[in-house]
Write a protein that binds this ligand. Structure first.
Ligand SMILES: Cc1cc2nc3c(=O)[nH]c(=O)nc-3n(C[C@H](O)[C@H](O)[C@H](O)COP(=O)(O)O)c2cc1C
Length: 427
């Protein structure tokens, strides 16, 4: 039996090169129907804080994507930085190593395993990682001890630790390599802490300038006055042996409409983004667009009017412009072509140098909580984790919408959709 004449046949042997004639592909229903049996893009992580490595297993990633290792390692370096971090980051110098699914820097379509080696690896040294039996309020210690029926919180805290976010950041950065192929960019920053909150208007035209300002800032905040005020809060908390949380934002530019779905609650992109961000250690609130403010306003003040202009058809919103973006780019669980805006709130770190009232699990008697080497504020690092976690979720929704086993198929599907969508209102 001869091979069917699929439109991507001609790309065989040209990896990774994605040019194709869109007219040929657009007329092929196969482009939209065939998905190469792709699973949903998923990521699981493994590893203890002081184990040998932090690891991510990514499944459902297409073949033929040239990964930008420098970009991925830059995300890891940023995650290690920021004013307020503790001594651990001076020991580690995080870099990715691929154990599976990548050959000569190019994805193979097989599951990807990526690891980040822990230099501070001492999990099996009983003296260096002693039992912890005075749980820290706000950390996973007590709940984990009760769950696993032990008075030693060590196993729980080793896994609950935010060292895990190294692997999660790497996975998000890998997924963002795919998004960048389609000119989709996630931009995250710190927007405030405690009583300080910057009102930063990030747009498709100014975000790259804001990114420069963010990268020049010690707390990853593009607004200088806010940056100084946050540093002051962190400095004061350190003096008082206390900790600080705060606020982060991620904006995603260039997303086509239709990512996510309104047909099942599990597939709604806002619900998935909320889950992804709440899944980051210490994040306690997530908002999309104006978020909870919409409960204080009338419908006419909240909803973004719809305009159409054919000359803007080449924009990601296909010409359906919105003078405001209160919805944060998502309506009915689907992207509407406007930038996606996600806000996250991080609670203060639970490990206080002054300790907190707790109980000794061995005796049941009152005690101050244990202290583990810790950050005073990890908000800048958390903004990097959030940027990459959001990127991962967007890439996952993107691959479900424009699925394919190889990058060429995904490009064909994306291009075919874009051409059809531009015809909806054009005269
Ligand atoms: C980037 C980052 C760094 C963190 N660093 C610390 C830390 O040094 N000490 C600490 O107690 N908690 C730290 N946390 C928070 C804890 O991991 C988190 O509070 C804990 O796992 C309990 O989970 P929960 O806060 O989500 O309930 C950090 C969180 C993030 C996102």
């Amino acid at each position: 039996m001869s091979a069917p004449n699929w439109p991507w046949e001609k790309y065989r042997g040209q990896q990774p090169k994605y040019e194709f004639e869109s007219e040929a592909t657009i007329n092929s229903p196969a482009v939209l129907a065939y998905n190469g049996n792709m699973a949903r893009l998923t990521c699981r992580t493994a590893g203890e804080s002081h184990g040998p490595a932090s690891i991510a297993l990514i499944e459902g990633f297409p073949a033929d994507l040239m990964l930008d290792i420098h970009f991925i390692n830059t995300q890891l370096k940023r995650r290690q930085g920021g004013y307020g971090r503790g001594g651990r980051q001076k020991i580690e110098s995080d870099e990715v190593e691929f154990l599976a699914g990548v050959r000569n820097g190019i994805t193979t379509g097989a599951p990807i395993v990526v690891q980040i080696i822990n230099k501070d690896s001492r999990l099996n040294d009983a003296e260096a990682t002693p039992p912890v039996h005075r749980p820290r309020p706000g950390h996973a210690d007590l709940a984990g001890a009760l769950k696993w029926l032990t008075n030693d919180c060590r196993n729980t805290l080793e896994r609950a630790s935010a060292r895990e976010t190294a692997a999660r950041t790497a996975a998000g950065a890998i997924a963002r390599c795919l998004l960048r192929e389609f000119d989709i960019h996630a931009f995250g920053f710190v927007s405030g802490a405690m009583d300080v909150k910057a009102n930063i208007s990030a747009t498709v035209d100014n975000w790259e300038k804001l990114l420069e300002a963010r990268d020049d800032s010690a707390v990853y905040c593009p607004d200088d006055a806010t940056c100084k005020a946050i540093i002051e809060h962190i400095r004061n908390a350190k003096v008082d042996k206390d900790t600080v949380g705060g606020f982060c934002e991620v904006h995603v530019f260039g997303c086509p409409p239709g990512l996510g779905s309104c047909v099942a609650w599990q597939d709604k992109l806002d619900s998935r983004l909320a889950g992804a961000v709440m899944g980051i250690q210490a994040f306690k609130a997530v908002e999309i667009g104006i978020g909870k403010t919409c409960g204080t306003l009338r419908g006419s003040q909240v909803h973004d009017p719809i305009e159409y202009s054919e000359e803007n058809i080449a924009q990601t919103n296909l010409g359906y412009d919105r003078p405001t973006n209160h919805a944060g780019g998502i309506e009915g669980g689907m992207t509407n072509g406007m930038p996606i805006v996600v806000h996250g709130t991080m609670k203060p770190i639970a490990t206080l140098l002054q300790g907190m009232d707790s109980v000794d699990l061995k005796t049941g008697k009152p005690s101050r909580s244990d202290y583990e080497r810790s950050d005073v504020c990890a908000l800048p690092a958390a903004s990097v984790v959030m940027e990459n976690a959001v990127g991962f979720e967007i890439a996952s929704a993107f691959l479900e919408t424009f699925s394919g086993a190889t990058m060429a198929m995904i490009h064909a599907s994306h291009s075919a959709y874009t051409e059809l969508a531009r015809k909806i209102s054009s005269t």
